[in-house]
Design a protein around this ligand. Structure first.
Ligand code: SAM
Length: 289
């Protein structure tokens, strides 16, 4: 049977929503991740994937399966947090760096705190923080001031974090990297692209759950105080209540005048719109007032 038809049949039963809730509750109890605020249609689609993968017939059977085989919970977390990323994803954002990155560099010239602090929240396998690190390194080379920078890259997907720390990518991953930058910031061996140490040491990876009740910014950053926060293609997975929880953290962790960058199809949560100025019309960049 075609897999898509299979998945839609699995979810025709009206008791399904209750079972999906039980699956998410079990996941929460066992692993501490709360996916109840994720978009219902997305959760169902992804659970259907795992139902097909482990070859059980419906969500009820899948609930029994995860209760017996706890290792399946890791697979379920993986599909629910889908860690897709790429270097220089959304090229217009990176092309328009004069409106956000260069502006921050300029502000640092008159600021006492010369170093630039950046948070990549939901960094996946590192392509986003490394892209910003490459861009910033290029920009700072043209400046007369001696600013340095550090990027705190966080996620809840431990495997993705490990992969980011390793900094090894395929040809497909780096296809948006301009040839000059590829030669300058990566070493290549048998179609494997390894990010240079110079860039690697600018990025530190750590676990941080954006839905955590008490923490507002990654512990490693000590106090937040970021000049730039990127949280791209993360909010889309959450309903509005959960987006509000995440947005509060992003807002609190930014310095005033700092920039928040969202994904192409994301917008600022209504309650916070008046606390930001939109930086330009082509991208989702917001400057904290
Ligand atoms: C689609 S990826 C986005 C990667 C990158 N920001 C980009 O735009 O290319 C979404 C990431 O959000 C992470 N994520 C999902 N829920 C999260 C949470 N509660 N806290 C932190 N990260 C989360 C996922 O693990 C995944 O790596």
């Amino acid at each position: 049977m075609n897999k898509n038809i299979e998945s839609s049949l699995i979810f025709q039963d009206h008791t399904t929503d209750k079972t999906i809730e039980q699956i998410l509750n079990f996941l929460h109890e066992q692993r501490g991740f709360d996916f109840s605020g994720n978009r219902a249609s997305m959760v169902k689609r992804r659970i259907a994937k795992r139902i097909s993968a482990v070859q059980v017939i419906d969500p009820k059977e899948y609930l029994k399966y995860i209760q017996k085989d706890l290792s399946e919970l890791d697979e379920l977390i993986n599909v629910l947090t889908i860690s897709v990323s790429s270097f220089f994803r959304d090229p217009i954002l990176f092309e328009s760096h004069s409106s956000w990155l260069d502006d921050i560099i300029l502000r640092k010239q008159t600021s006492q705190e010369k170093d630039i602090r950046i948070w990549s929240a939901g960094c996946s396998t590192g392509e986003e923080p490394y892209s910003v690190a490459i861009l910033l390194n290029e920009q700072l080379q043209n400046e007369t001031i001696s600013s340095d920078f550090h990027i705190f890259a966080t996620d809840i997907d431990r495997e993705a974090l490990r992969s980011g720390e390793e900094g090894v990518y395929s040809l497909g991953d780096v296809q948006n990297v301009k040839l000059g930058l590829l030669g300058k910031y990566f070493s290549v061996e048998k179609n494997i692209y390894r990010i240079n140490e110079q860039i690697k040491e600018k990025v530190s990876f750590s676990f941080f759950d954006l839905l955590h009740k008490r923490s507002f910014s990654p512990a490693e950053s000590i106090f937040g105080g970021f000049d730039i926060v990127l949280c791209r293609n993360v909010l889309i997975y959450f309903n509005f209540d959960f987006q509000k929880i995440i947005f509060k953290k992003l807002y609190r962790s930014l310095n005033s005048g700092g920039c928040l960058i969202l994904g192409e199809s994301e917008t600022a949560v209504e309650k916070y719109k008046s606390k930001f100025n939109k930086v330009n019309n082509c991208c989702k960049i917001y400057r904290k007032k």
